[in-house]
Ligand binder design. Structure first.
Ligand code: NAP
Length: 251
């Protein structure tokens, strides 16, 4: 399928379903020793033999440290991490539930920070490694219904930008993965037609290819990303007019 991947050992979170699951299966098929984390042990077990299942709630910082320790004890030094654990719930503008916002930030953003704190010192001590996490094109700009989710993804993109230069000097690569719409349990709740919808197999393949190429940002599908970037560059009055017309009133 592709040339040999540059990693011996990988740890993926959010690995029980969707994009994370695909990444695990494709890394395993390519001969990488993979550890997979999510909260559901049964779904992790379904990844089959050859995958080290480490049940984990990423909102528990201590548990993230134990998990990283366990991965390295069983599989050896981790070369690649893909932090993909995430949650999403649509939000109506007039129904702001602080608990939902806190839960989303705690899972999507602090979940990455907790896992990052567990692996970064190990990699910088060795002077090698590749750390990545899944943000989203929803982090490029504010979008209707994404008031709880979008800010967590914008924060993840910013976090990657903050860390990349310093970590590179220490021998560790940082990558941020920004998918568009992918058909997974997370998006199954959307009640609108998702433009440029991609299958998880394709998302997994593009993610692994981008990581293997050492790219800082891995964003797909390309055409959707280009449209969103153009939209983002518009003056706000025009931006809001287009969002209102094509997103809010499109249904
Ligand atoms: N699908 C898309 O269109 C899309 C687009 C852009 C970005 N993303 C991002 O891609 C990532 C994967 O999403 P997906 O679409 O593949 O959704 P998914 O199938 O719902 O996967 C989410 C994964 O996160 C795990 N998870 C949730 N909360 C967790 C917690 N507290 N601790 C540990 N694991 C937790 C879930 O497993 P358990 O429930 O077993 O814990 C599951 O494995 C997410 O970060 C999502 O925001 C998705």
């Amino acid at each position: 399928m592709r040339k040999p991947l540059p990693w011996k050992t990988a740890w993926v979170t959010g690995a029980s379903t969707g994009i994370g699951r695909e990444i695990v299966l494709q890394l395993k098929a390519a001969g990488v020793r993979v550890a997979a984390s999510a909260r559901s042990p049964e779904k992790l077990a379904a990844l089959g033999p050859g995958v080290l299942a480490i049940p984990l709630d990423v909102t528990d910082a201590k548990a993230c440290h134990f998990a990283a320790e366990q991965v390295e004890a069983e599989l050896g030094p981790i070369d690649l991490v893909v932090f993909g654990a995430g949650t999403y719930a649509p939000v109506a503008a007039d129904n702001i539930d602080p608990d939902l916002f806190a839960h989303t930030m705690n899972t999507n953003y602090m979940g990455v920070v907790n896992c990052l704190a567990a692996v970064a010192p190990r990699m910088t001590a060795r002077g090698s490694g590749h750390i990545s996490w899944i943000a989203s094109v929803a982090g490029f700009m504010g979008l209707p219904k994404a008031a709880a989710y979008g800010p967590t993804k914008a924060a993840l993109i910013n976090l990657a930008e903050c860390l990349e230069p310093e970590m590179k000097l220490k021998g560790v690569l940082i990558s941020v993965i920004n998918p568009g719409f992918v058909a997974t349990p997370l998006t199954a709740q959307n009640d609108f037609e998702m433009p440029f919808l991609m299958q998880p197999e394709e998302a997994g393949r593009r993610t692994i290819e981008g990581l293997a190429a050492g790219r800082f940002e891995i964003a797909y599908p390309r055409r959707f990303v280009a449209i969103l970037r153009t939209l983002r560059a518009l003056p706000y009055p025009l931006f809001f007019r287009l969002i209102t017309r094509f997103v809010l009133k499109a249904k």
